[in-house]
Design a protein around this ligand. Structure first.
Ligand code: SF4
Length: 426
């Protein structure tokens, strides 16, 4: 079976699966998780910082409002529902991951200025890889049978550019599991695709990231027509979703960056006008961009003013989420936990056949746990193994970029390891 379509597949000898001697690998520009710092010393666990997540800030600090309805998908306190998985991590008996993050293809049709998959899409040995449809379906089938509950098709590339993704949505639904798509929305352009997306997904996040065609074209290095196409595609999906009554939440997503921070309100107004139920804004993660590593300077007054205005536009059918509780006051990197705990909540499967430790290190050879290609069942040989457990312990958190699961790591540290919430007393 040919794993990659369109290009010859070569095993990347720079990348060793978990258990191989990672010190032999070519050193990435990003610091590897070898367990030793630059001085060759094992990192000492830091004293956990106090919890800083404040998802209820909406009602107390209007200028830092995140949301008004606490029961929402972006509220990280839902992590407390993962208590069995948390306990499994702490006791070193990992359960199957809750979610599979699947990158079917390392191909994209635009080029965002802040792309956090830069290390994938701008490296010749990664860009262009894609799974065969046969393997994609095998992988999804195996993961669903193993116990994975949610499948997020994302990238590393735009997942809708893989023709097999639409078939995978059907397979996952047939197995009684849920899917989601994070996409730029350009390719959801036929009635059949829109139907498959709406009927197969619990949610779809469309990255619009601009309030005008001109800004969109500039920050995505593409044509203004793409902006119009996306708006049209979202409009059509909303219409279809209303007609079918499918439980699929469609969100317009907005990554805030200095190049587009002035158009948040405009994009929110557009989302409202289109009729999407959710508008979701959060800062771009500049430190995740390999080779850039800059700390972005946001105009916080401008951002906060606009988000406050967006919050005021909310109705029972239109909700705004300004997710800033994962970041510091200037919307930049913060960790607030002493070690990597939460990565096993999700399995990150790359288009290159590798399983990576987490979504934030996708595509980095130093964070490979093993391979899902050609036989997905081999995942069971390394998932939760002593080497996997040790891998997490060896991660140097200070060298990590923005951690998508940082709040979950804090919860594990405080609610499970520390029992700070007295779990046995409701
Ligand atoms: S980014 Fe987060 S999940 Fe990933 S290795 Fe670092 S601490 Fe772990």
């Amino acid at each position: 079976m040919v794993f990659h379509e369109g290009i010859g597949y070569k095993f990347n000898t720079r990348t060793a699966p978990l258990g191989a001697d990672r010190t032999d690998q070519e050193v990435s520009p990003l610091t590897p998780a070898t367990g030793a710092n630059k001085n060759g010393k094992k990192p000492q666990p830091a004293v956990p910082e106090p919890l800083t997540a404040d998802p209820d800030a909406a009602t107390r600090e209007p200028e830092r409002a995140e949301w008004t309805e606490p029961y929402n998908s972006f509220n990280s306190w839902k992590g407390l529902m993962y208590y069995p998985e948390y306990q499994g991590i702490v006791t070193e008996k990992f359960l199957p991951p809750i979610e599979a993050s699947i990158d079917p293809t390392y191909v994209c049709n635009i080029d965002c200025v802040w792309c956090n998959s830069w290390r994938i899409l701008h490296k010749s040995e990664k860009v262009g890889h894609k799974m065969t449809t046969e393997h994609l379906l095998n992988l999804c089938g195996f993961l669903a049978d193993w116990g994975v509950r949610g499948f997020c098709f994302a990238g590393g590339g735009d997942p809708t550019l893989h023709p097999g993704m639409w078939e995978a949505l059907k397979l996952i639904k047939d197995k009684g599991k849920q899917s989601s798509i994070i996409t730029n929305g350009i390719e959801i352009r036929t009635e059949e695709r829109r139907r498959l997306a709406i009927e197969g997904c619990r949610w779809i996040g469309i990255s619009l990231d601009a309030g005008t065609r001109e800004t969109y074209a500039r920050i995505k290095k593409t044509s203004v027509k793409k902006f119009d196409m996306i708006v049209e595609n979202v409009r059509a999906m909303i219409e279809m979703q209303k007609q079918t009554g499918a439980r699929c939440e469609i969100a317009i997503k907005y990554l805030i960056h200095p190049s587009n921070e002035h158009e948040i309100l405009q994009a929110c107004q557009l989302a409202y006008e289109i009729g999407v139920p959710h508008f979701h804004a959060r800062p771009a993660a500049s430190e995740n961009i390999e080779g850039l590593g800059e700390v972005l300077k946001f105009n916080m007054d401008l951002v906060n003013e606009q988000l406050a205005a967006c919050m005021k536009m909310q109705t029972k059918d239109f909700k705004v989420f300004g997710v800033r509780h994962k970041f510091n006051e200037t919307m930049n990197l913060k960790h607030g936990f002493s070690r990597c705990w939460a990565a096993p909540l999700t399995i990150q499967c790359g288009a290159d056949g590798y399983v990576y430790n987490c979504v934030d290190w996708r595509g980095d050879p130093n964070y490979v746990l093993g391979m899902h290609y050609p036989d997905p069942s081999k995942i069971l040989e390394f998932w939760g193994s002593p080497k996997h457990v040790q891998f997490l312990k060896d991660v140097v958190v200070d060298k990590c970029p923005r951690c998508t699961y940082g709040i979950y790591a804090q919860q594990i540290e405080h609610a499970v390891v520390g029992d700070d919430m007295c779990v046995n007393f409701p």
